[in-house]
Design a protein around this ligand. Sequence first.
Ligand code: ADP
Ligand code: MG
Length: 749
Amino acid sequence: NRSSAPANQPPLMKEVFTTTDEFETGSDSSHYTGVLDIPAQPRLARPPRSRRPQLNPDEAADILRGLRAPVTVVKGVGERMQKSFDKLRVHSVNDLLRFYPRDYDDYTRLMSINRLRPNEKVVVVGTVQQTEILIGRNNRKDFKVVLDDGTGLLNVIFYGQYFMGRYIKAREQIVLRGQPSIFGSRLQIANPEWEHLDPNNLQQVSIVPVYPLTEGLKAQGLRRLMKTTVEYWAERLPDYVPESVLDRTELADLGWALKNIHFPEGMDHLGHARNRLVFDELLLLQLSILNNRRDWQSVPADPLHVDDDFTDQFLQAVYPYQLTGAQRRSIEDVRRDIALSTPMNRLLQGDVGSGKTAVAVTVMAMAVANGKQAALMAPTSILAEQHYRNISDTLAKMLGEIQPRVALLTGSISSAEREAVYTGLADGSINVVIGTHALIQEGVTFADLGLAVIDEQHRFGVEQRGTLRGKGKNPHLLVMTATPIPRTLALTLYADLDLSIIDEMPPGRIPIETRVIEPVARERTYSFVESQLREGRQAFVVHPLVEQSDKIDARSAMEAYEELSTVFFRYKVGLLHGRMKPAEKDQVMSDFSHGEYDVLVTTSVAEVGVDVPNASVMVIEGANRFGLAQLHQFRGRVGRGQHASFCLLIPDNNTPEAQQRLQALEEISNGFQLAEIDWKLRGPGDLLGTRQSGSMEMRLADFITPQAAELAQREARTIFEEDPYLTAPEHQLLAQRVQLMQDERSDVS
Ligand code: ADP
Ligand code: MG
């Protein structure tokens, strides 16, 4: 209420008040009064199903092919606009239809200014009452707008954007999207998204899509373009998902879903539309992966025969400890796979420290006992070296006629050594090789590669996996990862891999004590770290990637490094960040593991599974910015020796959501449980983010729920089992659509 404005109002506001009347009396008929006449939102419990138009198959196939046409076939898209779309990675008609809104303005939930509250994301519509340029700190020129919606006035500031006066003028009606905050004693919105109000949006629709924009694409024009495009295609596009599947799953029609994801009639409609389209993405992805798998599995592998008592004898000879039940189960899974002439393609998931190496070594021994070669590829040379030492020690204890010769192949060995390894692999005198990307270089040939193992597989692309496989006739493949991905999601994303999970830790591990620390207690945290250093331990301090830019990221890590060098001036502090060359990173990691640094300041690159048993503290700054799975990975870097270990989480923004997540980390030490929780709380983005780029282009990734994944998986397998080549008449269009997806995917990789 204006009259009750506090007395300590900045002088600026007075001016605003004096000009108010002038505008209000200047009877502008379009003046927004703050009370919109918008129809109540329609509800929709179930998506409607309509009868399909009877298209003849050729016609339908033709229309579907139209999805591949470049965007320029759309009326109104010229070369200039094509360039803009290029930047948004929209190239074809299909891309355009899948260019889903990143948000929606729900005009039925429009907030009037007198009801705004701080820190809640809102949409506000109002008339610009006044604009002005303010001179801020350091002579920065800010642009200020006073917005009136008939219920109150709102200050809107565009920091540093004095030029906005060219676009926003008094008396214009605009729509703002942003989050009010308290400034002085009033609410204001800083740097909101905005656009001019299109009166049609108020009168005809209640939910308005918000598309990503770029230079040359304006909100309203794009919306109009999308509207005509979506309407045109939604009417014509034949639904490639068989009717029987839609009946079973109670999903919406394709055309209806397309219309409603772009221009929802109501929020229920939007939900149903998303369900359908998420289902499509997952279904197509799986069918395409299953298709690939069928192709490469059609080339037989040499079966490896393993006697029943081999595993027991081997394990007894080489390990002082008993394997856990989960390790043994995984070994059995593999043994069954490799006995077949279909090449194995198995993913071994196990938390950090769960003992995946022992499984890998046992399987490599099986290959060797069959007179085959085995290779293990790791993402960094330090990791490869660690595996090399470990595995050659272990295999040296192997019984039997064959005394395996184990070699190391990384970028850092001398060229003479490299030549020797090349020769040994080619003539078969080397049985086992451990290495990095160096293994998939052209010069490397194997006499008879029977088994390939990839450690930390998410660090490698699909192609690199393929290249390693290509080094043998068609070797069995075991890929390992410590990134816990919930089972349903893993089965969906890696539909071509069989899954073994080590869900049990070797006995006798001291749990890592995990604590969330308030930023104000940072000093105390540092003294705690120092007390550990005094006892001879080492510490990691992780800094989040604040910006999506390596450069800025490196700078902030650098600053942290300098600060911590002062804090721990008695100790040696090292720095590791994303901008360093792989060789530099390796050097720093190896120096740290040899104790040449006491504290290692690092950005997320330290994820890689290097063992530093002497490290007992992991401090994570900005902990709220990481996904739980990732935090759990970091935590796994400590507690690898016999020392009690600690993980200290310092959030920089302690929202209730962040609190809940970090608390989960305090209480739970099982990575899979944490991944499930993360999935529920934040969607699968973090889990997918760990995957290499290009392997999946999921526009709706945030909406993959466990139910959606399960549903798509079930349907994909049913279809695939009934008709693996998708040749049945009811699968023709689906086959065509899968092919389109495969072509798109091979374009991005
Ligand atoms: P990761 O799954 O992270 O690769 P590793 O294979 O490096 O884990 O194993 C972690 C540690 O646990 C190693 O030191 C290994 O020797 C030890 N280990 C593995 N399996 C067992 C077991 N069954 N009992 C006791 N210690 C084990
Ligand atoms: Mg490992």
